[in-house]
Design a binder for this molecule. Structure first.
Ligand code: NAP
Length: 238
């Protein structure tokens, strides 16, 4: 039987790239995202995958969906917390909604999923959790809400890694640099070009570049790796 991987924000962008790589490495992927029809369209392209409509910011909804995945599709072996949004403004122009929305999805959403999945993993004394942070956690002009949430993800990851290490559950974070997705394609052209100039490898990353590192962390080869923060950015952060 294939091991189950739950991936959030999976219908497009990095989440879909991660789902593709995991599906082709033999996982049964449960794609979770907000939009039912987009999810189903994405799921149809992957072997042995399933879909769940899920707003990761909704604590109660996460509980229901995680329970359903465990009962219907099997034990969750891998949780990939990928769902994320940005609402960029300088701090002096950022409103309360922009702050709250970004922290609710990017940080609390990861806690919500971990809170529901970890009891199952603890009972089995096995599991892999991979949290998607961002190179922006180090600070980025116009992204106070996003950077704060993504820095929070690092603290959450390292704490969970310490709590779960003796139970053979690993928890790691990945910081993508600049990856070609709808999120980055929404940027103004001059800002896009400025980001490109910061990449020593001279090319934008692909969702599969991130997916392959997720697959490594989910594999037996990474059994002794926990609490790490891995940059996937073509040398953007050195
Ligand atoms: P994206 O293209 O905007 O895709 C994000 C996906 O997450 C979308 O399908 C979106 O659904 C979904 N989503 C948003 N809010 C959600 C919620 N509350 N519950 C469940 N799903 C939700 O973004 P991306 O570029 O692939 O980014 C994926 C992750 O990588 C994010 O955590 C992002 O912060 C991180 N990251 C990206 C980059 C980059 O260069 N692209 C760099 C560093 C980190 P809707 O479309 O329906 O809103």
């Amino acid at each position: 039987m294939r091991s189950v991987a739950m991936v959030t924000g999976a219908q497009r962008g990095i989440g879909f790239g991660i789902s593709q790589v995991l599906a082709h490495r033999g996982f049964s992927v449960v794609l979770c995202d907000l939009d039912k029809s987009a999810l189903e369209e994405a799921g149809q392209t992957l072997p042995d995958s399933h879909t769940e409509v899920l707003d990761v910011a909704d604590f109660a909804a996460v509980q229901v969906v995680v329970e359903r995945i465990e009962k219907t599709w099997g034990p969750i072996a891998v949780l990939v917390n990928n769902a994320g949004i940005n609402r960029d403004h300088m701090i002096h122009k950022m409103n309360e909604e922009d702050w709250d929305a970004v922290v609710a999805v990017n940080l609390k959403g990861q806690f919500n999923c971990m809170r529901q999945v970890i009891p199952y993993m603890r009972a089995r004394q096995a599991g892999r959790i991979i949290n998607i942070s961002s190179a922006s956690w180090l600070g980025n002009v116009g992204q106070a809400n996003y950077a704060a949430a993504k820095a929070g993800v690092i603290g959450l990851t390292k704490t969970a890694a310490r709590e779960l290490a003796r139970l053979h559950i690993t928890v790691n974070a990945i910081c993508p640099g600049f990856i070609d997705t709808p999120m980055t394609r929404r940027m103004p052209p001059d800002a896009f070009e400025a980001m490109m100039e910061k990449i020593p490898m001279g090319r934008i990353g692909t969702p599969e570049d991130v997916g392959r590192v997720v697959a490594f962390l989910a594999s037996e080869d990474a059994a002794y790796v926990t609490g790490e923060v891995i940059n996937v950015g073509g040398g953007m952060v050195l």
